[in-house]
Design a binder for this molecule. Structure first.
Ligand code: UDP
Ligand code: MG
Length: 337
């Protein structure tokens, strides 16, 4: 039978955290399943993201001992975003919950998420209300990043919401269609829309092991996040370039007129200035035009669907073009297919 919940856990060199995680998650997932129904069950889908320690062996043992533990092993380390995408692709549950193995995402929150899901939400975000376990630098840089991202992005991406959330099957199926390479899951989860609910939690300190994010990786995630959610950084040059070009041309025209009327004060000044300003203005303007095209190319190659349908029940019962016989017209009889 299909599991009601798929708990998706990307892991990279986490040999000490695996059993601890299962032990901690089981009671919470159990209470969540009790809310769903008497024979609801869950699967724990671990994605081994090319670990080089004993993570793979331990997962194999856990999968042998527990019928509800599954394991997908990637051929090398592809990074958390790719590992998470692999987990979402392989999950079969009615709802999918990505969670970190280090217990920084407290499993108890799953109960609240499932409650919101049963009440009709299709995406349940878990928002950390307190990031004091994260260190000053990560906190401040994250706040700055989200502020910038939300100013630029074409759709809002909630701050303090990580990958830990519940995604309904309908939302998961849309995410699986998105084939883009530069993966920024937090952005995609927001892009899909649907009925969204939010539950709050306090982020704990890492249980065991060490963080797998280094500054360089976080930086490239931030760049992926911005370039995947907006083409604004490209387009902005059209406006800056256009503005400066106008000023440059105006000043060049003024110089020409000034020289004609009052004569040359410094030989060569006017002609050099006109050439420099004119070329500079043209350069910026043409960069802006290239930016406009490049932004469109970027959007096209992502191949996101143009829209996502949430519900079709409001669609007409019969195709509009179908001829209506007189006797059908004002009766409640079901339409012919
Ligand atoms: N992770 C992964 N592949 C990577 C890096 C991390 O699958 O290349 C997993 C890691 O095992 C953990 C989760 O992603 O389950 C979050 O990683 P971490 O706790 O290091 O990130 P932080 O909490 O510091 O943001
Ligand atoms: Mg962590």
């Amino acid at each position: 039978m299909k599991p009601a919940l798929s708990i998706v856990i990307p892991v990279y060199n986490e040999q000490d955290s695996l059993s601890l995680f299962l032990e901690a998650a089981r009671p919470a997932v159990g209470s969540a399943l009790a809310l769903i129904g008497p024979d609801a069950h869950a699967e724990y889908l671990f994605v081994n993201d090319g670990s080089s320690d004993r993570t793979g062996d331990i997962l194999a043992i856990l999968a042998r001992l527990n019928a509800d533990v599954r394991c997908v092993t990637l051929s090398r380390n592809f990074g958390k975003e790719a590992a998470l995408a692999a987990g979402i692709d392989h999950a079969s549950g009615d709802a999918v919950i990505p969670i970190d193995v280090d217990l920084q995402d407290p499993p108890e929150v799953i109960v609240d998420m499932v409650r919101q899901w049963l009440a009709g939400a299709q995406v349940v975000n878990a928002r950390r209300t307190d990031r004091s376990t994260d260190g000053w630098f990560k906190r401040t840089s994250a706040r700055g990043f989200y502020r910038l991202l939300n100013r630029l992005s074409d759709y809002p991406i909630p701050e303090n919401v990580g990958d830990f959330r519940l995604l309904d099957r309908q939302a998961v199926d849309v995410i699986k269609q998105l084939g883009e390479q530069a993966r920024f899951n937090k952005g995609l989860f927001s892009w899909i829309g649907f009925r969204v609910a939010t539950v709050d939690y306090v982020r704990a300190a890492r249980g065991t092991g060490t963080t797998k994010w280094r500054l360089g990786k976080l930086w490239s995630l931030a760049i992926d996040g911005i370039t995947a959610s907006t083409t604004m950084p490209l387009r902005i040059w059209s406006y800056i370039g256009g503005g400066i070009a106008c000023l440059a041309f105006a000043y060049a025209a003024f110089l020409v007129a000034h020289t004609i009327i009052t004569g040359t004060d410094t030989p060569g000044y006017a002609s050099i200035m006109v050439a420099v300003l004119g070329m500079g203005g043209l350069n910026l303007l043409s960069l802006g035009i290239i930016g406009e095209y490049l932004g469109r190319v970027a959007r096209e190659v992502r191949q996101r669907p143009l829209y996502v349908v949430a519900d079709q029940s409001a669609a007409p019962v019969a195709p509009v073009a179908m001829p209506i016989r007189d006797e059908d017209q004002w009766t409640d009889q079901p339409m012919r297919a």
